[in-house]
Design a protein around this ligand. Structure first.
Ligand code: NAP
Length: 184
């Protein structure tokens, strides 16, 4: 069990996954841009027995995002597990340095859109992550039903993220990325 969990960008399509992770935690931090999405998610946790912290931060203001997160970690402790759905995927390098510990390896799961299938992009992102972090990628794909392809629904994405965390593979694809020509 991961006791202290931090999720960045988990109040939207990842809300079901965030909810499940919150149930497994003692301390849970949600980072999102708006107070509205954070309050909505906080209400979902009304019967969940965790200490829920909400941080309204904009990753477009990187310095403030990192420094506020650093201050928060100084108060609640370094998380055991971090899940991120960052629209600035390259930001993970700088972010990861916040979680480097001498006594244990923090696990980071980074959720990535299909655009990382561009040659080498996923590896380029992974290369920026700080040493000493147990880093994983969860790549969102599409699905094919009765010969028709479509992008994944929110609940499928959340279920896929939870499955990825259970499997703990270095890279996990939710749905499929191949054949790429079949993408919606
Ligand atoms: N195969 C694929 O690649 C694939 C699959 C499914 C979906 N998608 C794409 O993903 C999209 C849905 O994802 P989405 O990211 O738009 O919505 P979302 O996951 O529903 O919401 C984005 C999350 O990130 C937060 N966030 C957004 N901007 C932020 C910022 N500047 N600073 C801090 N937090 C921020 C949001 O908080 P707030 O709500 O408070 O802003 C929310 O928690 C779909 O439209 C689709 O294009 C791709």
């Amino acid at each position: 069990m991961h006791k202290n969990i931090l999720v960045i960008g988990g109040t939207g399509m990842l809300s079901d996954a965030s909810y499940e992770l919150a149930q497994q935690s003692d301390v849970f931090t949600s980072v999102a841009r708006t107070k509205e999405s954070l309050n909505r998610f906080n209400q979902r946790l009304v019967n969940v027995n965790t200490e829920h912290h909400t941080l309204s931060l904009n990753w477009d203001d990187k310095e403030s995002f990192i420094s506020t997160l650093r201050q928060h970690i100084n108060v609640i402790g370094v998380p055991d597990m971090v899940v991120t759905w960052l629209h600035r995927s390259a930001f993970i390098g700088e972010l990861s340095r916040l979680f480097v510990q001498t006594e244990r390896e923090v696990i980071i799961y980074q959720v990535l859109g299909s655009s990382v299938t561009n040659p080498g992009k996923a590896n380029d992102i992974a290369d920026t992550v700080a040493d000493g972090i147990n880093y994983h990628q969860i790549v969102l794909g599409f699905t094919v039903e009765s010969g028709q392809s479509r992008w994944l629904r929110n609940e499928e994405i959340s279920a896929g993220v939870i499955a990825a965390i259970k499997r703990n593979q270095q890279t996990y694809i939710v749905g499929q990325l191949e054949p790429w020509s079949l993408r919606p």
